[in-house]
Design a protein around this ligand. Structure first.
Ligand code: MBD
Ligand code: FE
Length: 281
C-alpha cells in the first residue's frame, strides 16, 4: 500500500518550521531554497518509494563525494554543468547576445593564481616527456575588434591525463598560465599535448557512472578563461580532434565550434609510438 503524506497540512507545516519560516533570522533566500529541497525530497521519497536503506546509502554517498573531493566531478558527469551552459546560452539568445566563441564547462580542476606573463608563455615545466605543442591565437570582442590586454587563463592535463595541484607529483602551476594579449589581441604558448581525463576508477563518481552503464572519460582538451575589462568573462575549452572520446565526453563539453585539430610535424613518428597518441594517430 502506498502512503502519501508530503502534501498533508501537518507535514507542510513541519517543513516550513525546518526551513526557518517561523523565525526572523538567517537568509530568506536560503529558507526558500531549502524549503523547496525538503518538499522535493519528500516527493521523491514517496513517489519512488525510496527505502530507508536507499536513503542512508545516498547520505553516505554524499560523505564519500566530500571525502574524495568529487562533488564537482559528479555534477559534471551527470550533465548538470552542461545544463547550466544550455541555460545561459538560451538566456543570451533571448537577450540578443550572440556571436563569439561558444562557452563550455569549467570542470572541477581550475586553480586560480597561475603565473601571469605578457603575450607568450611556456606552460609545461619540462619534466613530462610529452609531444611539444604550440598554440597561438587572437582575442576579439564580439564586433571583431582585437582586444589588447585581455587575459587568457589556460590550463590542461599532462600526458597521464592529470592536473597539477590535484596531482601532487606535478610542480606547482604546471600546465597552468595566464597570458596577457598584445596590442593586436595576440597570445601564444608552448606546452605539451595533453591526454584525455578519466574519473578516478575507485572513486564515488565512477561508482555511480558504473551503475548508470556509463564510462567516465573525457577527450583530450585545453581549458580557457578569457577576460578583459568591460567585457563578459568567457569560460571555454578546445577539444582535440581525433580523440576517441571527442563525441562521447562523459561531461558533455564538446561543441562543434570548439574542436581543434593538431597538426603534427616531424613528431609524427614519435606520436605513433607514444602512449597518448594512439588517439591522434
Ligand atoms: C576534467 O578535466 C574536466 O575538464 C571536467 C569537465 C571534468 C573532469 C575532468
Ligand atoms: Fe579538464
Amino acid at each position: 500500500m502506498t502512503v502519501r503524506i508530503a502534501q498533508t497540512v501537518e507535514v507542510q507545516k513541519f517543513f516550513e518550521e525546518a526551513s526557518g519560516f517561523n523565525n526572523d533570522r538567517g537568509s530568506s533566500r536560503m529558507k526558500t531554497v531549502i524549503h523547496r529541497v525538503l518538499n522535493d525530497t519528500a516527493k521523491i521519497i514517496e513517489e519512488l518509494q525510496i527505502t530507508p536503506e536507499e536513503f542512508w546509502k545516498a547520505v553516505n554517498y554524499l560523505n564519500q563525494l566530500g571525502s574524495r573531493q568529487e562533488a564537482g566531478l559528479v555534477v559534471a558527469g551527470l550533465g548538470i554543468e552542461h545544463y547550466l551552459d544550455m541555460l545561459m546560452d538560451a538566456e543570451d539568445e533571448q537577450a540578443g547576445l550572440t556571436g563569439g566563441t561558444p562557452r563550455t564547462i569549467e570542470g572541477p580542476l581550475y586553480v586560480a593564481g597561475a603565473p601571469l606573463s605578457k603575450v607568450e608563455a611556456r606552460l609545461d615545466d619540462g619534466q613530462d616527456a610529452g609531444i611539444p605543442l604550440f598554440m597561438q591565437g587572437r582575442v576579439f570582442d564580439t564586433d571583431g575588434k582585437p582586444l589588447a590586454g585581455a587575459i587568457v587563463d589556460v590550463w590542461h592535463a599532462n600526458t597521464g591525463g592529470t592536473y597539477s595541484y590535484f596531482d601532487p607529483a606535478q610542480s606547482q602551476f604546471n600546465l597552468r598560465r595566464r597570458i596577457e594579449t598584445d596590442a593586436e589581441g595576440r597570445y601564444r604558448f608552448r606546452s605539451i599535448v595533453p591526454s584525455g581525463y578519466g574519473c578516478p576508477p575507485d572513486g564515488p563518481t565512477q561508482q555511480l557512472l558504473d551503475q548508470l552503464g556509463r564510462h567516465g572519460q573525457r577527450p583530450a582538451h585545453i581549458h580557457f578563461f578569457i577576460s578583459a575589462p568591460g567585457h563578459r568573462h568567457l569560460t571555454t575549452q578546445i577539444n582535440l580532434d581525433g580523440d576517441q572520446y571527442l563525441h562521447d565526453d562523459f561531461a558533455y563539453a564538446t561543441r562543434d565550434e570548439l574542436i581543434a585539430r593538431i597538426d603534427f610535424y616531424d613528431d609524427a613518428e614519435r606520436a605513433k609510438a607514444h602512449g597518448v597518441a594512439g588517439r591522434f594517430a
